[in-house]
Write a protein that binds this ligand. Structure first.
Ligand SMILES: *Cc1c(COP(=O)(O)O)cnc(C)c1O
Length: 367
């Protein structure tokens, strides 16, 4: 931005106190578990470096998807262990992992071969992933014993943490949870000696239905909870604080006669004389284009419905029932007044997608 000038009022306010509070809550829930703060995808859209700062005191390691995300944290001066949840994509990454103390997940044969054949200055801490039923990444349970032996006998490897990932941890009654946990416990019983394990994401950590066993030997990997969202269906709300407040100003207001349509495709039609406010946020900012009519937007103390197709830079909302409204008033797309979970439900997506897709052109303001 030339001369550092910066005017756009549309913004995402990031509450670093809320991040800190949520990390403390995660720490409490984790008990004697070690805690990995998952800050992949730019800290779920909140800014990885800023999130890493905010949660620093509560977590024992950071988790990211791939090495570039980890190096950004090293460049910013963080010295904590960082786990690469997708592992390495090429053998060229291994010396970089060793040098920067990055801990790759090993989930398939090519990654294993690369480590076994590498010549490294320092041994790696690796995470061995078992596929206990999600069928996305990981070695088959019956392979784990042999693979972990190979890793343990390899001079390039300093430690091995066996891990797995649940497919349905957010649904406490889902039968696959028990099956995955049983398979994982079998795998862990067969790998010797007893070592640290990691199965739980946020949902599994919060699930009372999943008995993860002795916590002292475990790592919990928690992401979404840090940002203020409980991903489970439990009734009792956790005292988490939303960390992101997405805001856009009203940039125009107009009266629309009954029978007139609003926006691309004319797919919202006024059934009465209506007032329409246009807000300066659109799908290029990460507000989903497929958000249907009626999706709630918080404006001047009430929820108003989206009216018309989401444009690239703008949306339109029906403010007929709003008493006070002026150009320049600010709408909250989600945040403390309108839970991102409620918006996600209306849009038929999940909170993770809404948060991570807030695009680069939306400035983050930290407080
Ligand atoms: C992203 C991720 C997590 C964090 O999941 P949340 O539901 O956000 O807590 C944990 N484990 C793995 C392997 C992941 O990829």
């Amino acid at each position: 931005m030339s001369n550092g000038l910066h005017f756009r009022p549309t913004r995402a306010e990031i509450d670093t106190d809320a991040l800190r509070h949520n990390a403390t809550m995660a720490r409490k829930h984790a008990g004697h578990c070690k805690l990995m703060g998952v800050i992949k995808a730019n800290g779920y859209g909140h800014g990885a470096v800023e999130v890493a700062h905010a949660i620093n005191g509560s977590v024992d390691a950071y988790g990211v998807a791939f090495i570039d995300e980890a190096l950004k944290l090293r460049d910013a001066g963080f010295i904590q262990p960082i786990v690469l949840l997708e592992g390495c994509f090429s053998e060229a990454e291994l010396p970089v992992c060793a040098h920067y103390n990055l801990q790759p997940v090993v989930h398939q044969q090519a990654q294993l071969d690369a480590i076994l054949n590498a010549r490294l200055v320092k041994p790696l801490a690796v995470w061995l992933k078992a596929d206990t039923g999600m069928h996305r990444l990981g070695f088959a349970p019956e392979q784990i014993e042999a693979v972990s032996k190979q890793l343990e006998n390899c001079p390039q490897v300093g430690s091995v943490t066996v891990m797995t990932h649940f497919a349905n941890a957010d649904r406490h009654q889902h039968p696959l949870n028990e099956r995955q946990l049983d398979r994982f416990n079998e795998v862990c019983a067969r790998t010797t000696p007893a070592r640290t394990l990691s199965a739980a994401n946020t949902a599994a950590l919060l699930s009372s239905a999943l008995d993860l066993g002795d916590k002292a030997s475990q790592w919990c990997r928690t992401g979404i909870m840090l940002y203020g969202v409980d991903p489970t269906e439990q009734q009792e709300a956790l005292p988490l604080l939303p960390a992101m407040r997405l805001l856009a100003p009203v940039m125009a207001v107009r009266e629309v006669a009954a029978g007139e349509a609003v926006g691309y495709g004319s797919q919202w039609v006024a059934t009465r004389p209506s007032r329409i406010a246009t807000l300066a946020i659109g799908y290029a900012d990460g507000y989903p284009r497929h958000a249907p009519n009626g999706t709630p937007v918080w404006l001047n103390g009430v929820e108003v419905p989206l009216a018309g197709t989401v444009s690239m830079d703008m949306i339109t909302v029906d403010v007929t029932d709003l008493e006070h409204l002026e150009v320049g008033d600010e709408a909250e797309l989600w945040g403390p007044n309108l839970a991102v979970a409620k918006v996600a439900e209306a849009i038929r997506t999940i909170t993770y997608e809404l948060l991570t897709r807030v695009s680069e052109r939306v400035p983050r303001h930290y407080k």
